[in-house]
Design a protein around this ligand. Structure first.
Ligand SMILES: Nc1nc2c(ncn2[C@@H]2O[C@H](COP(=O)(O)OP(=O)(O)OP(=O)(O)O)[C@@H](O)[C@H]2O)c(=O)[nH]1
Length: 385
């Protein structure tokens, strides 16, 4: 036998969970300054949910317009804010339009409907509307996480959103199965008890998963900043050395690799004539042009100044020569366009293949550097082994 106290206690627990979650997200936004926009949106989604459920619990106590109409619009707003928050977490540019349009349309329809007697159609609009908004958010989360490198942010993290969409659908469908009953979460029914338990668990789970996603994306961003050269977005020296150590460790297990060392020609002259900004633009242009020559497994690093190096796993000297020659031709083919004038660009290349008796990656780097030195002495704009 289910008592009204049971459903009311559970309803209070869901309100409390959403309220606490709102406060945690607010402190993430304003105290820790972690993903402020997404955190504010999540705080808003939880606060709207807590307020809407509170109004639901106070039906018959406060004026009906407040507890019914405003409560329903707030419930829809909480799902819309959740959908926008998810897009802010995933893209950092939240998409407001579809969610806002859905809430405005639903609020318009609710405003026209009479709130007396049978409230099943109002409940269907809120539940199916909420389910649709959450399903859209779940699908975009799943697609985005699947497209990303999913080792630390697997697509399964979208599961709580799918479950919330399913829960709201079930609640909407229940109004068809029990046509005689006014939809009220406080009624002591088995369905309400199960629904409120599920709502409590999913509120906690969804907030925890999205907080994990926010923190994981922050960590990935910091890691990226730590390993990238800010001007060209290639690996910085430290990250490239690590990649080199890694490749050299694999050499002992039978997987070879080669290096292509790249140095822009007469770069000082370019800087002195057109200025440092033009030099920077030339470096960025060269990197942009060379990226398409590389495979996903290749590592492109800036060793310093105008000197770069590409690490090519599973590649011998003939393969490295082919890649380097393609790169040389590309750099030479496109001059730097600067202040309405063209400045011819070229680079010299030194290549070397890892040998089993190379003590470490630095030994191979030294050989590639010697080859580059020979390329410069041959008159530049050539590849040397
Ligand atoms: N614009 C710009 N210049 C840089 C950067 N880092 C190093 N340089 C400049 O790159 C120039 C390198 O000059 P050098 O080492 O003489 O080489 P080079 O003029 O290319 O001569 P060769 O390599 O022999 O063809 C120096 O003038 C550095 O100040 C950078 O990030 N941006």
């Amino acid at each position: 036998m289910i008592t009204p106290a049971q459903t009311l206690t559970l309803l209070a627990a869901v309100i409390l969970a959403a309220g606490v979650a709102a406060l945690v997200w607010l402190s993430l936004a304003f105290v820790a300054r972690v993903a402020p926009r997404a955190s504010c949106l999540m705080a808003g989604a939880n606060a709207a949910a807590a307020l809407s459920l509170t109004l639901h619990a106070l039906r018959g106590v406060l004026p009906d317009t407040l507890t019914y109409r405003a409560g329903d619009v707030l419930a829809l707003a909480s799902f819309a804010l959740l959908a926008v928050a998810v897009s802010a977490i995933l893209d950092r540019h939240p998409t407001w339009k579809p969610a806002t349009a859905a809430v405005l349309a639903a609020a318009g329809v609710l405003a026209l409907m009479p709130y007396d007697g049978d409230l099943r159609w109002q409940a269907r609009i809120v539940n199916f509307g909420g389910a649709a908004l959450t399903l859209a958010a779940a699908l975009s989360t799943w697609r985005r996480l699947r497209a990303a490198d999913g080792r630390r942010t697997p697509a399964g993290l979208s599961l709580p959103l799918f479950l919330i969409a399913a829960l709201m659908t079930v609640r909407g469908l229940e109004t068809f199965l029990n046509p005689g009953r006014t939809p009220d979460m406080r009624l002591p029914t088995e369905f309400n008890l199960a629904f409120l338990w599920a709502a409590l668990v999913l509120t906690l789970l969804q907030n925890a998963t999205l907080a994990f996603l926010v923190l994981m994306r922050l960590i990935l961003r910091i890691e990226r900043l730590l390993e990238r050269d800010p001007l060209t977005d290639t690996l910085n020296r430290r990250a490239f050395d690590q990649a080199l150590d890694h490749a050299h460790a694999w050499l002992r297990r039978g997987r070879g690799y080669a290096l292509v060392m790249i140095d822009m020609d007469r770069f000082k002259q370019l800087n002195d004539t057109l200025g440092h900004a033009a030099g920077d633009a030339a470096l960025r242009q060269m990197v942009r042009e060379l990226q398409p020559c590389l495979r996903e497994v290749d590592r492109f690093g800036r060793l310093g100044g105008e000197e770069f190096c590409v690490l090519l796993p599973d590649t011998d000297i003939a393969g490295a020569a082919l890649v380097a020659e393609r790169m040389r031709a590309l750099v030479h083919a496109t001059p730097l366009r600067w202040l309405e004038q063209d400045w011819p660009l070229s680079a010299s290349f030194g290549i070397a293949e890892a040998q089993r008796d190379d003590a470490d990656g630095a030994a191979l780097l030294a050989r590639a550097d010697q080859a580059l030195y020979r390329a410069k002495h041959q008159g530049r704009n050539v590849v040397q082994a």
